[in-house]
Write a protein that binds this ligand. Structure first.
Ligand code: 4FV
Length: 253
């Protein structure tokens, strides 16, 4: 899979995609990430990428021509056209389902807005806008990195253990179960509270551990995000566990 990113902060994006799972996948050439400096697509000596908004008002707007040149340069060598994303608050809100759909594209280009946004005419080259949430950021780079990280995890060979991707939160529409690691007992500094690991996880009884994790994921989802349950793909054991959990919370008539 190949990502192209168009930004006025190429160094920041290059640094971020060099880290962790994505960074290792790029090293192993399982993923390719090309970062385009928007200023390289200007023609004036001051490499200007923004201008004042027509109709007045505060702030600046990213000019159309440098963005057109940047996007068109991606197919100049006859390469196959990328699926062009613009990260913006006006976009499709990113969910694991959207991530799965995006991961089916062999090449994705992400245009990162800045200032008040991009000239509206750039949207003629954009296949889809993606929002990472209903809040306003100062730039589209962080959303672009969120998209790259989430999509990259679904690319075969990026995450070492495919199992963990399959078991990821939202992979099946549920929140994740609690995770514990050594030591089995810790004492918190302040209150000196002794915190243990649930016995079942130390039991070695993998059927019981699987069942406990299922119940914990369901209980957490029921408590924190009950609306997710409507779309979650539950197996029979989970359906039975959910009935039990709901019975526990339903006031007995
Ligand atoms: C954003 C979001 C976001 C808006 C103006 C960049 C900023 C500035 N992008 N999800 N929320 N973008 O706030 O994707 O250009």
């Amino acid at each position: 899979m190949k990502f192209d990113v168009v930004t006025i902060f190429p160094a920041a994006v290059q640094h971020a995609v060099g880290m962790g799972i994505v960074g290792r996948a790029v090293e192993r050439q399982v993923l390719e990430v090309v970062v385009h400096d928007l200023r390289d697509y200007t023609t004036d000596k001051h490499r200007v990428v923004d201008d004042v908004p027509y109709g007045g008002g505060p702030g600046m707007v990213l000019k159309p021509e440098p963005l057109f040149r940047a996007i068109e340069s991606m197919t100049a060598d006859g390469a196959d056209k990328p699926f062009v994303l613009l990260t913006s608050p006006q976009g499709t809100v990113l969910t694991q389902t959207v991530v799965e759909r995006l991961s089916r594209h062999p090449r994705i280009a992400i245009v990162c807005g800045r200032y008040e946004g991009v000239d509206e005419r750039v949207r003629s080259l954009v296949d889809e806008e993606i929002s990472i949430g209903d809040y306003v950021l100062s730039g589209g780079e962080l959303p672009a990195l969120v998209v790259i990280d989430a999509v990259a995890r679904l690319v075969p060979g990026v995450v070492g253990d495919e199992q963990s991707v399959a078991e990821d939160s939202f992979g099946r529409g549920l929140l994740d179960f609690p995770h514990y690691t050594r030591p089995a007992v810790v004492t918190t500094g302040t209150a000196g509270e002794v915190l243990k690991v649930p016995e079942v996880l130390l039991s070695g009884n993998h059927a019981e551990i699987r069942r406990w994790r299922k119940r914990e994921a369901l209980a957490r989802t029921l408590e924190r995000r009950p609306e997710l349950l409507a779309h979650a793909s539950l197996d029979d054991e989970e359906k039975e566990l959910l009935r039990e959990l709901q019975a526990d919370i339903r006031p007995s008539r």
